[in-house]
Each structure stands twice: as C-alpha cells, then as structure tokens.
Design a protein around this ligand. Sequence first.
Ligand code: C5P
Length: 239
Amino acid sequence: MSVSEKVILALDVSEYTYAIELVEKFKDYVEIYKIGPELFISSGPKIIHDINNKGKKIFLDLKFHDIPNTVSKSAVVATKLGVYMFNVHISGGLEMMRKCRDAVVELCLKENLNRPKILGVTILTSISKDILTNELGIPYSIRTHVKHLSSLALKAGLDGVISSPREAAIIRNHCGKGFLIVTPGIRPSWTPPDDQKRTMTPKEAIREGADYLVMGRAVLQHPDPIKAIEIINLEILTA
Ligand code: C5P
C-alpha cells in the first residue's frame, strides 16, 4: 500500500494553470485529484477534461445538497463529465440520494459510461461536538449521528461516505467491508489543524480503516510539497 493508492490530493486553488502544474508535479505520487468549488467555479469543466486527459482521476467535491430533482440532474451532468467520484450531503435525505443514484445508474447503462462512485458527506470534519449541539441543534454524539447518516447512505445504495478518520472504525463496523470510507481532516504530526476539528495522522487514519485520505494544506503549504508527500508515503507504508 503506497501513497498513490491512498492519497487524494485536494487541488484547493483558484487558478487553472496552477492546478495543472500541481497535477504535473505530483503525477508520480497521486492518482486521484479533488476539485472543489473554488477551482471548479474558476475553471469550469475544462479542468476535469484536462486532468482526465493526463490519465488521472477526478473526485468532484461539490457536496450537492438540494432537492432530489436538482441533485439528480447535477449528478447526471457530473457523470457525463467523466468524474471518478462525486459527493452529496447525506442530510439531503434518502429520496435525494436514491434519485441521484438511480439517475446515474440509468445514464451509465444507456450510454455505456463508467459509473462514478457516489459518496455521502456525514458531518464535516470542521464540525466539533460543541458546534453540532449548540449551533446545529443536533442532540446526539458525533459518533451516533455519523453512524446514523452512514446507515442512511448505505440504504440509499451509495458507494461510501466522507467522514473524519475518527469515525472510520465505527462506520466500517456498521456498514461492512466494501463500503468506501474517504477521510479528510488528515494532519501529519508536523502540521497545525487549521479549521479542521476532528483530525488524525495518515498512519492513524489507515489503521482506523480509511480507504482514501484527502489531503490539501498539509502537502501544498509545506515548504517542500514533494518532500511532504514522500514523508507521508513512508508513514503509509509502515501503517
Ligand atoms: O487542507 P485540508 O487537508 O484540510 O483539506 C481538506 C479538503 O477536504 C478540503 O478541500 C475540504 O473541502 C475537504 N473536505 C473536508 N471535510 C469534509 C469533506 C471535504 O475537509 N467533510
């Protein structure tokens, strides 16, 4: 198991040229690149085509959260763009997730496309227990609520979830082996948490059962990003 099988690099930048430079720079280390709203709004679908043309995969992280009709139509467009993964907020509800999945499956069968993996966002990794209770008014522990949301994603036929690695073990236990667990909130021991509240190191996340680690600032803001990814690689190899 190496960094290229585990790490999804978050291209959290707003310039097309810089994003492409990063893909070139990390091509020997990273297979999947995450495009979020910042880059997608600035660069549009072209960035997806151009990264795909380099033989790399895209995780389109737009976290759809809307009524079932809007989400399923957005999912169809994302599928036509050729993304490898995309995500929706599980709190959008069962009907929204099912309709989205069904629309994608139908399109892929009809047009003979590769079906993207659909992931459900549980609770953002920037949300603490205090925020969950006192701002959002959800009276459960993070673990209980994540378990509930993950079960709902499984029931809707999604391929997996995005969650903090701190909940990976409980999700695995509850949702079984084939269910993908993608974890942001990864912080090697040398980095600050920034706005992330529920963090773990790469080694800890893998030991907890994460399938993929989403990493942005810990790599991109390191004075020597390639050195950072090499150190992370060593950490993953020994996990
Ligand atoms: O820089 P950092 O490694 O914290 O970046 C994490 C990335 O993962 C960001 O692009 C953020 O949007 C994304 N993300 C997250 N928490 C989630 C889902 C996605 O941090 N629950």
